[in-house]
Design a binder for this molecule. Structure first.
Ligand SMILES: Cc1ncc(COP(=O)(O)O)c(C=O)c1O
Length: 449
């Protein structure tokens, strides 16, 4: 599919974003503060957001399905969140104590009611820090040297897990025993040697690798839904829980994307499985930076400085802004709002309605589009067969999806090209209608390309 005409049109309609990007890239590496934020020919520069809507420098508006990578379950600037953050200023007078204060306990208790696998928690500033800390705890607890992760799963930008996230098909190796492929230049060989890559949803292959390397592997970390939308088979998750228990391996659910999105209790409530440790992020901060590690007391206690252990025998964890009042207040306001009876269910019902409309439009226009996901996240994948793991994604028409994304942006819908769709409470009838209309117009053009 020739995308250049669509990109030329995109450029023509956004002279201010184009010119901003030209300036920005002289000062900010690549013009973006994160490689994933870039797309060709240049990313849109936004200047305002409200509810479910984004407004760009060129005066165009979009229904937002990126929602800051899924972090905003109530949409932009929800009144409860604003009020909670303003209250912090008024009542506490600071945005950071760098010390303990009551809101930390409120949040810890709130999380424990929704995530019964949490006996204790620690707060961090990002999902990256949460998975890093969870893995360090797991290796300390087991005394082993290696971690195992699944091909295609993302756990943040630290070296231990920046392995085989999006490996080239040609280099990825045997599907049943994938190669560890670095995701970045500059990573030490140490990580490639100490991170074992597992095939997702292939139980026989996983069991073989884990059993064979049980003396080295101290942790298995996974996104229970690959990239937030490709679900683990229920049986696969159950068996993984059983086997890791038997082999003395700490099971870590990375629920940074799925937490509060698949269900309020995350993917672990959906599957009815309790991991040993869980990483949360995104929604827990209500739009402010956060990460959480929650799980078994006996594992988390290894980080407790109040035990009389030698310093070398305590798991180190710290951070200037850990558990800062702004993130906790905004997060608590979000969780309490969405936990009101019927609220989460309403967001899920609207997500399902939108997905159904997109799929039936696809059928009408003869475009093989599937919406894959659970709860309040889904992705739009152009594929005929089933998608159960990273390798299956090679059958998807990424080129058509990219064209669709440019057409959607042209008609006022934004998810960032090739990204999944997250919904929020702010996505109501008007937004869904505008989105369905944009899909219809885009499919009509796509059909002729
Ligand atoms: C599953 C998962 N884990 C970890 C992270 C890293 O979180 P952060 O970007 O807050 O560092 C992400 C971010 O998208 C994620 O989706």
């Amino acid at each position: 599919m020739n995308i250049s005409a669509l990109q030329a049109h995109y450029r023509e309609k956004r002279p201010k974003s184009a010119s901003f990007f030209e300036q920005a890239k002289n000062h900010i590496t690549g013009g973006v503060n994160g490689n994933l934020r870039f797309f060709e020919p240049f990313p849109i520069t936004f200047q305002e957001a409200k509810g479910a809507w984004l407004f760009d420098l060129d005066g165009m508006r979009y229904v937002d399905y990126l929602l800051s990578y899924g972090a905003l379950l109530l949409g932009h600037g929800h009144p409860s969140v604003r009020e909670a953050v303003q209250r912090v200023w008024q009542e506490q007078g600071t945005s950071s104590f760098g010390a303990t204060y009551p809101l930390e306990l409120d949040m810890a208790k709130e999380l424990k009611t929704l995530y019964p696998s949490f006996e204790q928690v620690r707060f961090t500033n990002s999902g990256l820090e949460a998975t890093l800390f969870a893995l360090r705890l797991a290796l300390a607890f087991t005394g082993k040297s290696h971690i195992a992760k699944f091909e295609g799963h993302y756990h943040g930008s630290h070296d231990q897990v920046l392995v085989s996230v999006n490996p080239d098909w040609e280099r990825a190796g045997d599907p049943q025993s994938p190669q560890a492929i670095p995701e970045s230049y500059g990573m030490s060989d140490y990580y490639l040697k100490h991170t074992v890559v597992l095939p997702f949803n292939d139980w026989a292959a996983c069991e073989t690798i884990l059993t064979k390397r049980k003396d080295e592997i101290g942790a298995v970390i996974l996104e229970p839904m690959l990239s937030g939308y490709i679900a683990a088979n229920r049986d696969f998750v159950m068996r993984l829980r059983e086997l890791t228990k038997q082999l003395g391996i700490v099971l870590i659910f990375d629920e940074v994307k799925t937490g509060f999105r698949i269900s309020l209790g995350g993917a672990q409530a959906f599957y009815g499985v309790q991991p040993d440790l869980t990483a949360l992020g995104k929604i827990v901060g209500g739009g402010f930076p956060i990460g959480v590690v929650g799980g078994k007391r006996e594992i988390l206690e290894l980080a407790s400085p109040s035990h009389s252990r030698n310093r070398g025998e305590t798991v180190f964890h710290s951070g200037t802004f850990n558990g800062n009042p702004m993130s906790l207040a905004a997060g608590l306001a979000t969780i309490r709002h969405v936990a009101q009876p019927g609220t989460f269910e309403r967001i899920v019902a609207r997500t399902t309605r939108l997905r159904n409309e997109i799929e039936s439009l696809g059928q009408h226009y003869g475009i093989p589009v599937k919406t894959i996901g659970e709860g309040t996240i889904f992705n739009v994948v152009l594929v005929e067969g089933e998608i159960t793991n990273y390798r299956d994604l090679r059958f998807a028409r990424k080129d058509v999806r990219l064209a669709l994304d440019f057409l959607l942006m042209d008609h006022g819908v934004y998810s960032k090209p090739l990204n999944r769709f997250s919904m929020s409470e702010a996505h109501g009838d008007e937004e869904i209608r505008a989105t369905v209309d944009a899909f219809e117009r885009s499919f009509a053009v796509l059909k002729k390309l």
